[in-house]
Design a protein around this ligand. Structure first.
Ligand code: ATP
Ligand code: MG
Length: 634
């Protein structure tokens, strides 16, 4: 562990020296004067005075050496389209898009709201924004109109870029009616809406405000648009958090710090080298998509694979076939996708030649032990869990194999990443927890480069939301619980919002979920706390069974419910015992695979589940309603 320890220590004790060295990884048009400005805590400014550009670093800079290497490989199992763009071709497409956007009046500092499905034009748009110094704000394609309207009003874009439609699981989702309704609801009226016409929507609406991209692209086919050299701390993008726990926050990212942090992470965490191929199965609407579909792999000179479709269409072997066909070296996805694959025929994994694959990375939600062991055994390659948030932009906890390949620990995303002064704190006193003691995961000041610089348009919310939970100390709260062992490995115990209070005992719903998942009948589980007149709160569980047919009969279900309750009793004690275990065939989740416990709890207490912009499948909420209504019967 010594190499890792020493590396981490240096990054915390001498951050200026540490990051000055790392900053050499990117191109600075004008060198920075100061590595770190800490004059206005909790705000931190990295590489002050330096001028650079994300698009230049991701694309232009590679043209001398790798113009003919693939930069972007695009595969859609929804439309059957597959395209490859070399760095030279990507450069040309970005310049066309940038010229079109400029002709529509977009300039440095303007916001551009990107409401697009997973198509190459989304990459062109984001990088064209970076080129022009415009601030992109990507909103999940298919978000409901009210959520889109709220983001339009918050970001006040000068341009919206959208498409006629998205597609998912073979279903076409018309975007135009959603954009129509959002524009009608929003106070802010963007002057232009640019449409990428995929010719997918069955009834192509032709709202008068829509400008089609294709004719403009032709017009600007040979355009060259120079990069705007931005000061390192100018904003590059705004990205709203998932909203799992409340009103989404517009996370603002800088330019220089982000580029440096991502470039360093490609070596120390992902071990990705120029010429490698990386497949991040995520969505551009999520932070993993921003950082590891687009910016990091391109900044480091890799080929990035962008995929539109689900992991199980045409069948559960599709991702593994992509690995074979495109000689993918690094893969990155969320545990939820693996749980889906595990339910399919796992033998599909063995049918493809996976020899090119070096490592599988997972992030976004807790990686349960059964899934972790299943995939590690099946692949026979390292599986690296990593923990982070929209706010941080890149991992806070991981085994940093490029620094030292520490042994993985099941159930833990690893040890604190260099640059992060990560400690677990007692929620009340703010004191550092002893090994094995549960606490809130916090970060010391300053946050390393690449982390959020503020909340869009609301510096005060940045301070009051993130920096005020531990009294008298300059600490950033992640709002996640964890526990750290004597070797530094942290296990995530859930969100601080997910704590329930049963008769004066504080319990993490996550721990109850772990106990239930250990039962072989359980595939997935969500536990929420609901108000109870006697105990304050009680736990309520919703489980998805591995083999629902076995428990079709009422008796079998009742017996299983009793069995599950006993399992919790045995592992955590009777106090943690769920009042009921409801059986459903799916759980409500966001598009990025996060469980919507907030919505389940609301339904269980008879409240309106509220704004659920990213819900994956509304049918899942209906199942929760039905299960609750069925009441007495399990
Ligand atoms: P909001 O902040 O609006 O409620 P959100 O927190 O769901 O939304 P994200 O930033 O996408 O939005 O999610 C980050 C959170 O996901 C983390 O704070 C943590 O709770 C969880 N998470 C991410 N990676 C992991 C991981 N490897 N293991 C366990 N939990 C993880
Ligand atoms: Mg969050």
């Amino acid at each position: 562990m010594t190499r890792y320890r020493e590396f981490h220590r240096r990054s915390i004790e001498a951050p200026e020296d540490f990051w000055r060295d790392e900053a050499r990884r990117i191109h600075w048009e004008t060198p920075f004067e100061t590595v770190l400005d800490r004059s206005n805590p909790p705000f931190a400014r990295w590489f002050v005075g330096g001028r650079t550009n994300l698009c230049h670093n991701a694309v232009d800079r590679h043209l001398a050496e790798r113009a003919q290497q693939n930069a972007l490989v695009y595969v859609s199992t929804e439309t059957g389209i597959e395209r490859r763009y070399t760095y030279a071709e990507l450069y040309a497409e970005i310049n066309r898009m940038a010229a079109v956007m400029r002709s529509l009046g977009v300039k440095r500092g303007d916001r551009v709201l990107v409401y697009l499905p997973m198509i190459p034009e989304a990459v062109f748009t984001m990088l064209a924004c970076a080129r022009l110094g415009a601030i992109h704000s990507v909103v999940f394609g298919g978000f409901a109109a009210p959520s889109l309207a709220a983001r339009i009003d918050d970001a006040k874009p000068a341009l919206i870029v959208t498409a006629d439609a998205g597609a998912r699981g073979g279903k076409v989702i018309d975007y135009t009616p959603l954009v129509d309704e959002a524009l009608a609801r929003a106070q802010h009226k963007p002057p232009h809406v640019l449409r990428i016409d995929r010719q997918l929507a069955p009834e192509r609406l032709n709202a008068s405000y829509l400008v089609d991209y294709e004719p403009l692209r032709e017009q600007f086919f040979d355009a060259h648009v120079p990069c705007e050299w931005l000061e390192s701390n100018e904003p590059s993008y705004v990205l709203y958090t998932s909203g799992t726990t409340g009103r989404p926050k517009g996370v603002v990212r800088d330019v220089g710090g982000y580029a440096v942090a991502l470039a360093a992470s490609m070596e120390y965490i992902f071990e990705g080298r120029a010429g490698d191929t990386m497949f991040t199965a995520s969505d551009i609407g999520w932070v993993v998509g921003h950082s590891y579909i687009i910016y990091a792999p391109l900044i480091a000179g890799l080929t990035t694979v962008m995929y539109e479709g689900t992991p199980i269409r045409p069948d559960g072997g599709i991702w593994w076939r992509l690995v074979e066909q495109h000689r993918i070296n690094l893969m990155f996805t969320a545990p939820t996708a693996l749980r889906v694959l595990k339910k399919q025929d796992p033998a599909l994994l063995k049918k493809s030649n996976l020899s090119s694959l070096r490592t599988l990375f997972l992030a976004g939600e807790p990686l349960d032990e059964p899934t972790a062991s299943w995939i590690a055994d099946a692949l026979g390659k390292p599986v690296v869990d990593n923990y982070w948030q929209t706010e941080t932009g890149w991992p806070m906890l991981a085994i940093q194999r490029g620094v030292e390949a520490l042994p993985p620990k099941l159930g833990s995303p690893g040890v604190p990443v260099y640059g992060y002064n990560l400690t677990l704190r007692n929620e009340q006193t703010g004191e550092v927890c002893a090994p094995g003691e549960k606490g809130v995961i916090t970060l010391g000041y300053p946050l390393p480069p690449g982390c959020m610089s503020t909340v869009w348009g609301d510096d005060r919310r940045f301070v009051s939301t993130y920096w005020s939970s531990v009294p008298d100390q300059q600490l950033y709260s992640t709002f996640d619980w964890g526990i750290q062992d004597a070797n530094g490995y942290v296990t995530i115990l859930g969100r601080t919002d997910d704590v329930i209070n049963v008769a004066g005992h504080r319990l993490g719903t996550r721990e109850i979920e772990e106990a239930l998942s250990s039962h072989t009948a359980v595939a997935e589980v969500a536990v929420v706390g609901v108000a109870d007149p006697l105990k304050g709160q009680v736990a309520l569980a919703f489980v998805v069974l591995r083999d629902a047919d076995r428990y079709a009969a009422d008796e079998a279900r009742a017996k299983l419910e009793a069995d599950l309750i006993t399992t919790v009793d045995r592992q955590l004690g009777a106090i943690a015992r769920p009042a009921r275990v409801h059986m459903v065939s799916m759980l409500p989740k966001t598009r990025s695979g996060k469980l919507l416990r907030r919505a389940i709890a609301a339904l269980a207490e008879g409240r309106d589940p509220g704004d659920l912009p990213t819900i994956e499948d509304a049918g899942a909420l209906q199942q929760v309603r039905d299960a609750l209504a069925a009441g007495g019967k399990a």
